[in-house]
Design a binder for this molecule. Sequence first.
Ligand SMILES: [Zn+2]
Length: 276
Amino acid sequence: MNIKNKIVAVGIIALFLSCTTNPFTGNKTLALVSNSELFPTAFAQYDEFLTENKVITGTSDAEMIKRVGQRIAVAAERWLNANGHQGYLDDYKWEYNLVNDNTVNAWCMPGGKIVFYTGILPIAQNETGIAAIMGHEVAHALANHGQQRMSAGMLQQIGAVAGNVAIKDEQTRNIFNQAYGVGSQVGVMLPFSRSHETQSDEIGLYLMAIAGYNPAEAAELWKRMKANSGGEAPQEFLSTHPSNDTRIKNLTEWAPKAVAEAKKFGVDSFRPLGNF
Ligand SMILES: [Zn+2]
């Protein structure tokens, strides 16, 4: 059943039925659209984004983004398998691209489609900084934060079109674009809510540590992010919620827990910071 038929068929009742469990928190979350329905839309939007932007290939920076991405993906899989979530990533098609753009941003679309902008590299400063950002972005995707936002958008549409026969394809696409911030405003990922940001900070910290990157560096990254954020437009990475100071404090507090978690996966020491 496609997305629009499903909406029409189940309507508001879906609220009580279409929930999925967040593997990281164990909480039920709203998911009016399943991954198998959502991912093809995300993959198409991602491909379109890549054709419309300047993808850098073959440089050491581009290779580093891929290398870190692969390690974070492996860490995610190991963590999920160890915690009883085998098969969670089956429909993922990981991809990691560096795009030539001065915007200070990075994002991960549903299904593991990642973009880093060259503008965030100076703030990342080293490979470990990239790993901190990568872990955070992948965490948003794994915890289905965008999917929840999209589901909320669908509920609004159901309200808006009550009595109409169906939500049109174009509307479905618009809901996706609104939820993910792609489309007309190219590549500007919308800020997530405070609780989603905090959750991704914590999950991202575990992922980077299991991938062999020192989680103590995440707080250092956010100090650099804070120093850079004056006067910039609000974006996913410059979001003021939670505040940079809260974020730095949390990450500093959680780092030892991430070190302990990594030990469970045989990671006893961390890679050098790396440079680029
Ligand atoms: Zn975020």
